[in-house]
Design a protein around this ligand. Structure first.
Ligand code: ASP
Length: 438
């Protein structure tokens, strides 16, 4: 059995955390390939090393001194090495990186050094070889991950090592320069490594004991989700529930490798399993999770006989496309069509979008409803269970919440309601209490 384990920045923020990581890795010899993030925050006032590196990049660009900021980075690593009592030094690497920053190296290269250095420390601490992501993770000319080439090369390199530590967050472009994923991208590296070696499990170690059924900022002590399918996760993440980088799913999803979200600070907790297909006996609630996002605007369009007007929908959507606006949802009736978009995406072009829709489809009316919130109720247990929608609507009606719109995905795995932003919190609470409480 092969497990790929990724540790996030807070799991590798200082020597104490490194020791927890060592205990986790060495307690299971199947944990063979370890992906490391850069040192994260030690407390809420701290700064991530990646942010310090990016600050150095900006200071150098503005021709200001990087000495003070770079010293903070050096100290983070020196403290970890000293506290772990390692007979190892990063001085040469650090000096080279400082020169590169002063010589205006690219921001991706500079940002990637946090992972590079931390993986080197962790490799030394665990006694595992260090394998650089630059040697095995490839982007193409357009900056898109070349998954095929990456899989081939990584599989080849890692077949030479029983155990290894790799830095997360970056790979290499065809011109040989380092390229990073977007922020939080070490999750993607872990997933790529798991896919490349055909791992049985990808463990993603962070500082929460898995995914919760609702945002703890909105619901007090929400229950954890023991098991969630990739598709459910996608629905919830799209609505703002974050536990993993969005792009971290596809490399393992393709290979049907489950992801286990675990907590470095509470290693006994089972965390959340993200799976291709749920084991049937684990659904004890019809709902897997609830998530919501504010800042939505609905464009309501009405026109008599709209349904028989060929190309009506296309012409409306083309107007949005020409303004670079993508739509979130599209609930429609026979003679009405509503296009839900994020308010931010149309803030600059509301007027011209409305005017152009009027010109293109000549509607009887067009209205913009702003300050809406979308709440998604997601659960594989919902499909085939009668009365779920009725329970949601009854509960919301009893709580005097006005539902502005309803959208049910054809998979019957999610029901989305639009409510006024002022009802966001109350809607989440009401649905949570209806289905999940006790
Ligand atoms: N260190 C990078 C960041 O802060 C990548 C990561 O931690 O996943 O975004």
């Amino acid at each position: 059995m092969v497990k790929v384990v990724k540790f996030g920045g807070s799991s590798l923020a200082d020597a104490k955390q490194f020791c927890k990581v060592r205990d986790i890795v060495t307690s299971d010899t199947n944990r063979k390939y370890v992906v490391a993030s850069a040192p994260g925050k030690r407390d809420s006032h701290d700064t991530k090393v990646t942010d310090l590196l990016l600050l150095c990049f900006r200071l150098a660009k503005e021709k200001r001194s990087i000495d003070e900021t770079f010293a903070k980075i050096e100290n983070r690593y020196r403290d970890i090495i000293k506290d772990l009592e390692l007979d190892f030094s990063l001085d040469e690497d650090l000096a080279g990186i400082k020169i590169a920053i002063l010589n205006h190296a690219g921001s991706d290269y500079i940002a990637s050094r946090g992972e590079y250095l931390n993986a080197k420390v962790l490799a030394n601490f665990l006694g595992f070889p260090f394998v650089d992501a630059e040697d095995g993770i490839f982007f193409d000319e357009k900056g898109v991950l070349d998954l095929e080439r990456t899989n081939r090369k990584l599989a080849k390199i890692l077949s030479l090592h029983e155990f290894a530590v790799l830095p997360g967050f970056y790979g290499v472009s065809p011109d040989g320069t380092v390229k990073t994923f977007s922020r939080g991208g070490s999750d993607i590296t872990g997933s790529i490594v798991a896919g490349a070696v055909g791992a049985d499990l990808y463990e993603n170690w962070t500082d929460v004991s898995g995914m919760l059924m609702a945002d703890p900022r909105c619901i007090k002590d929400p229950k954890p989700i023991p098991e969630i399918t990739y598709r459910e996760l996608r629905e919830l993440s799209y609505m703002g529930a974050t536990v993993l980088h969005e792009d971290a799913i596809f490399p393992v999803r393709k290979a049907q490798i489950p992801i286990n979200i675990r907590n470095t600070n509470e290693p006994e907790a089972p965390g959340t399993m993200i799976v291709h297909k749920a084991s049937s006996n684990t659904v004890d609630t019809v709902i897997t999770g609830i998530a919501g996002k504010k800042g939505i605007t609905a464009i309501h369009i009405e026109k008599d006989m709209m349904n028989s007007e060929l190309g009506f929908g296309r012409r409306v959507l083309e107007v949005l496309e020409s303004h670079g606006v993508s739509f979130e949802h599209l609930p429609s009736g026979i003679d009405t069509m509503s296009v839900l978009v994020t308010s931010d995406s149309i803030s600059e072009c509301k007027g011209s979008i409305t005017a152009e829709i009027v010109k293109k489809v000549d509607p009887d009316s067009i209205t913009l409803v702003e300050n809406l919130s979308l709440i998604a109720v997601v659960g594989r247990g919902m499909s085939g269970t009668e009365g779920i929608a009725a329970r949601i609507f009854t509960a919301l009606a009893n709580a005097h919440i006005n539902i502005r719109m309803i959208d049910q995905g054809s998979s019957e795995m999610n029901i989305i309601v639009a409510v006024e932003e002022k009802d966001h919190q109350k809607t989440l609470e009401t649905i949570y209490n209806e289905f999940i409480k006790d």
